[in-house]
Design a protein around this ligand. Structure first.
Ligand code: SF4
Length: 460
């Protein structure tokens, strides 16, 4: 007799109301020749636009050229404001045609992509007095140049110092890109000698199992260099996991589709790793749903077909993704493309971008809304990368948080036992009275000591 039973002809009574179609908007990805909205790209064909070489050739690295490309779309006052912003910015500039085309130039002040990559003089705010250029103390934890060994089993290998885009909010603005009027950078150029020293160190430390290859950005490595690094690390017996980190898919997904040598090189390293029972994945960096288009979908599906896992790390930024709606849409959109939302960082204390920072409280609020909107493995952990080298701490795990002074105190027992790490909310989110206290250096010690004393009371 068949195991299948014929069910009685009864209607299915839904337990949940029908879904509001607008909540599925995260699946609607921009397709078609959207770049032709920009006068400079009006005649650019799809074939050209999808070609990574065309994207690279037409990438703008000079503020004057960037502003000239959008001059017909924005007001003269916007241009003046941006010129002032560039003069004060500590980052180099690199904007691909893809990225430029995704900015809404009818409303550039509010656009989340413009905010991340093009500074406006009128929006800049004074830095927090406790800010430091290398706030994560990556250099202090580097046994050889460009290799940070902070966590017991993990190291960060900074293979190079260039990126496919330069983000205003970059934690590594101390090293990434060329010198600017504000910052003279630490040199982390591609060098086989420097790389060899890093590999030697990794081999000499049996506890190191997990290596992040970053920079700079893995997109800027040549195909042969991807394999060179991959092969060297896979050959080290203690290395069990590797991640190539790149912002590239967010600013030039075309490369994954048309730079066959690069994508094939990555695929070979992933496959070789799999045969050796070692995990090799790609870590990327989407911050806003608008960075993800139909081109991104095609690129991510190509990686999916090749069995390449992609995880994402976002940075929480004011005016970009600091609302539950935007962050939830980003997380769901990435999930739709099989990109795992791994971390959301509370913005590091980075020079010149105080306008982008949000508070620990904001992060906690947004996290509460994102959690539950999708499966747990697709839900990012919201973290503070503890200034001073404490590593990533779950934003909720503070020992003490004074919302009035904006000081949160964290500990990292498995990273640097016994130490306290302080994060500082941006001044503009604090009361005027407290802002006045931060303006007086004599008050700093009092506020920080009081916060640490409270934290000590709780950890006794
Ligand atoms: S791509 Fe990454 S390393 Fe490069 S500037 Fe942006 S955040 Fe910094």
């Amino acid at each position: 007799m068949s195991a299948l039973k014929v069910l009685p002809d009864e209607p299915i009574i839904p337990k949940k109301p029908a879904v509001d179609p607008s909540t599925l908007g995260y699946r609607d990805l921009l397709r078609g020749p959207f770049w032709q909205r920009i006068p400079a790209y009006a005649e650019v064909t799809e074939e050209q636009f999808l070609d990574h070489n065309w994207q690279a050739k037409h990438t703008i690295t000079n503020p004057t050229k960037l502003l000239a490309a959008v001059q017909a779309l924005v007001s003269p006052s916007f241009i003046e404001d941006a010129e002032l912003g560039f003069k004060r910015a500590p980052m180099s500039l690199r904007v691909s045609p893809y990225l430029l085309s995704l900015i809404d130039w009818t409303n550039p002040y509010e656009d989340p992509l413009r905010i991340q990559f093009i500074p406006m003089g009128s929006k800049l705010r004074p830095d927090h007095p406790k800010l430091d250029l290398d706030s994560l103390h990556e250099q202090a934890d580097a046994p050889v140049p460009g290799l940070t060994h902070r966590y017991p089993d993990k190291a960060l290998f900074l293979a190079l110092n260039t990126c496919p885009v330069y983000c205003r909010f970059c934690t590594r603005s101390y090293a990434v890109g060329i010198d600017t009027e504000e910052v003279e950078k630490v040199s982390l150029k591609v060098s086989s000698e420097r790389w060899a020293r890093a590999f030697e160190y990794i081999r000499s430390r049996p506890e190191l199992e997990d290596i992040v290859i970053s920079g700079g950005d893995s997109y800027q490595l040549r195909a042969q260099q991807i394999e060179e690094i991959g092969d060297a690390l896979l050959a080290i017996p203690n290395v069990r996991r590797m991640r190539f980190a790149t912002k590239g898919p967010a600013v030039m997904p075309q490369k994954l589709l048309t730079d066959h040598a690069w994508t094939d090189a990555l695929t070979r390293v992933v496959e070789k790793g799999r045969k050796l029972h070692k995990e090799v994945v790609l870590h990327t960096h989407f911050n806003h749903p608008n960075e993800i288009t139909g081109i991104t979908e095609d690129a991510m599906m190509k990686l999916m077909e090749r069995g390449i896992t992609v995880r994402n790390q976002s940075v929480l930024q004011r005016g970009v993704n600091d609302s539950p709606e935007t962050m939830t849409k980003l997380v769901k959109r990435m999930g739709h493309l099989n990109v795992h939302a791994y971390y959301v960082y509370v913005h590091d204390l980075v020079k010149g971008v105080e306008d982008l920072r949000t508070s620990v409280d904001t992060a906690i609020f947004i996290e509460k809304h994102v959690r539950g909107s999708t499966a747990g493995f697709n839900t990012p952990t919201f973290v503070v990368d503890a200034p001073g080298g404490g590593g990533k701490r779950d934003v909720h795990s503070y020992e003490y948080y004074d919302r009035e002074t904006g000081i949160s105190v964290y500990q990292a027992p498995s990273v640097k036992a016994g130490q306290f790490f302080l994060y500082f909310d941006p001044l503009h989110q604090l009361s005027t009275a407290v802002q006045r206290r931060w303006a007086d250096p004599a008050e700093h010690e009092q506020m920080t000591s009081a916060a640490i004393a409270k934290a000590k009371e709780r950890t006794r």
